[in-house]
Design a protein around this ligand. Sequence first.
Ligand code: 5GP
Length: 176
Amino acid sequence: MDNNREHISRVLISAEDIREKIQETGAMISEMYAGKPLLIVCVLTGSFIFTADLCRALSIPCEIDFMSVKSYSGDRSTGKVGIVLDLKKDISSYHVIIVEDIVDTGLTMKCVSSMLRERNPLSLSVVTLLDKPECRKTDFTPDVSLFRIPNVFVVGYGMDCDEQFRELPYVAEYRP
Ligand code: 5GP
């Protein structure tokens, strides 16, 4: 796998559009969670840039924790995910927002949100940068989705193809 820009077929969402939408979302979250203990959960690795920008668009205090998950045995149809890196915090005294890069089949977020709900947070919601509703295989719906995209494979703004292209400031369609 190389980082050749020939693999970028088109920019789907510009850096400017991402910035604007994140400002709006940050303002909305700040209003909703004002005065409440807020924990932002970044699901590594794809959402690290989104999380960094979203938390800086908040006008209220928050804490940030990280987790990493993996589908069991590469079989995503089971919808079972294992925790590779767990949160450091006990989340029972926080309102939790899970920050995800992209909801595709919905299996990962359905499983992660139900695992975290079992830890009894004060509330739990999922904010995703991108949503591919055409690809859904579960009844999972994110609480907030910044952009809906068609069924194409995207890279950039934290998202990769074999660990490449995460550094791009925009979301682009990947061409093999
Ligand atoms: P789901 O369980 O909803 O099918 O998958 C969610 C995960 O699949 C995302 O967190 C992301 O890691 C990966 N994924 C799904 N679609 C894409 C895509 O178009 N591009 C990239 N880079 N990752 C994707």
